[in-house]
Design a protein around this ligand. Structure first.
Ligand code: SF4
Length: 215
């Protein structure tokens, strides 16, 4: 049987061959990526896109303007993403951290050394490992592997991990067996999301059409 490294590479090849290049994250600027990383918590991309479009329509995709906005109003703009009051508070918490640490200079904030930036992000109320890692990878451009529910589901259904495998253990499976490559990690996460969305659903997975059928 192939080693884990070969298996992870084979999964990537199958998914990339099926779905093609993903060019993730779907955000135009680092700030938009950060906003999206919070809005995507517990929802799907269609809802996030509607919330982002609302913010774009009123020119609020900037740190200065978003942080100055009343929380109630912000919550209304992002209502399509769900948990709108909670997410408005989280967005404001994140903006406050950037203002506090880097006086609002986002390039400076994202340019901090990896572990320092990770700690800064994890210190923001409402930001956990998945959100922090998404920001580290797609906004700060550090080769960090982002793990989510889809990653766990797909790998456990293929008996590559145990059901109880936690976030960091699963993350290490990828980082210990693949080269730390920004493009590879960015695309791999995106491909797993596509697989989860289209085929590997929580109930009734559509294995017969999935590129990983028989893997
Ligand atoms: S849908 Fe089936 S074949 Fe595809 S990843 Fe899930 S379990 Fe595997």
């Amino acid at each position: 049987m192939a080693g884990i490294s070969e298996q992870l590479r084979a999964i990537y090849r199958l998914l990339a061959g099926h779905f093609g290049p993903q060019h993730w994250w779907p955000g135009e600027t680092p700030f938009e990526v950060m906003v999206g990383a919070i809005l995507i918590q517990n929802t799907n991309w269609n809802n996030v896109e509607k919330a982002i479009a609302n913010l774009r329509d009123v020119d609020l995709l900037s740190l200065e303007r978003l942080s100055a906005l009343d929380s109630g109003l912000l919550a209304e703009y992002i209502r399509p993403a769900g948990y709108h009051n909670l997410k408005a508070a989280r967005l404001h918490n994140l903006c406050s951290r950037v203002l506090e640490v880097s006086q609002g200079d986002l390039d400076h904030f994202l340019g901090q050394p990896l572990e320092e930036l990770r700690l800064q992000l994890l210190g923001v109320k409402g930001i956990g490992p998945e959100t922090a890692d998404a920001i580290l990878l797609y906004a700060a451009r550090y080769p960090v592997f982002v793990v989510d529910t889809y990653t766990h589901r797909i790998l456990s259904r293929h008996q590559l991990i145990d059901e109880e495998c936690g976030y960091h253990q699963l993350q290490e499976l990828f980082t210990d067996h693949l080269e730390a490559d920004l493009h590879l990690f960015g695309e791999y996460h995106a491909l797993l999301v596509q697989t989860g969305k289209h085929y590997c659903r929580k109930s009734r997975p559509d294995c017969s059409h999935c590129p990983l059928d028989g893997f």
